[in-house]
Write a protein that binds this ligand. Structure first.
Ligand SMILES: Nc1nc2c([nH]c(=O)n2[C@H]2C[C@H](O)[C@@H](COP(=O)(O)OP(=O)(O)OP(=O)(O)O)O2)c(=O)[nH]1
Length: 136
């Protein structure tokens, strides 16, 4: 059975929330969209809201899928969903750091090779979201 990992494109105005992985060693230090595994019986939306609450202490409303489905390991698929921040200040508990980036900041991370490989597939979609903040 395919497992799904869901990641949040949390948007606040012209900025996107990115989080710096602390593990595993090959991903540590790189930036990702925060999230985690969908547990049995959960919808992707429920899982994402739960993970962002647990990992970052924020409350979000989960919206549509952003970009395509990415296979991160055999039998493990990653999807991103647009989220709007409803409450809380993102705080790194499992991550090394969290940061808000605008379109230029996201491009700079990508150009520096500092984005986790799987997420680079979403860059055009994420930049389009940041360039059209009124679409929220
Ligand atoms: N959350 C997240 N995981 C990603 C992204 N890109 C990417 O390749 N991954 C990979 C890293 C991990 O192999 C897997 C998700 O692991 P995770 O550590 O975030 O999820 P989790 O909290 O549910 O994991 P765990 O505590 O049960 O080990 O997907 C991304 O943007 N967000």
């Amino acid at each position: 059975m395919t497992r799904t990992v869901v990641a949040g494109a949390v948007i606040d105005g012209p900025r996107l929330l990115v989080a710096q992985r602390s593990r595993p060693p090959e991903l540590a230090g790189l930036w990702e969209l925060p999230g985690g595994k969908v547990e049995p019986g959960e919808s992707p939306q429920e899982a994402l809201a739960r993970e962002l609450g647990e990992e970052l202490g924020i409350e979000v409303t989960v919206h549509e899928t952003v970009g395509g489905r990415v296979e991160v390991a055999p039998g493990v698929d990653l999807i991103a969903m647009r989220c709007v921040l409803r409450d809380g200040t993102p705080t790194a508990t499992e991550h090394l750091a969290v940061r808000w980036v605008d379109a230029d900041g996201l491009r700079a991370l990508a150009d520096a090779g500092a984005v986790v490989p799987a997420d680079t597939a979403w860059l055009p979609d994420l930049l389009a979201l940041l360039d059209a903040p009124d679409a929220q």
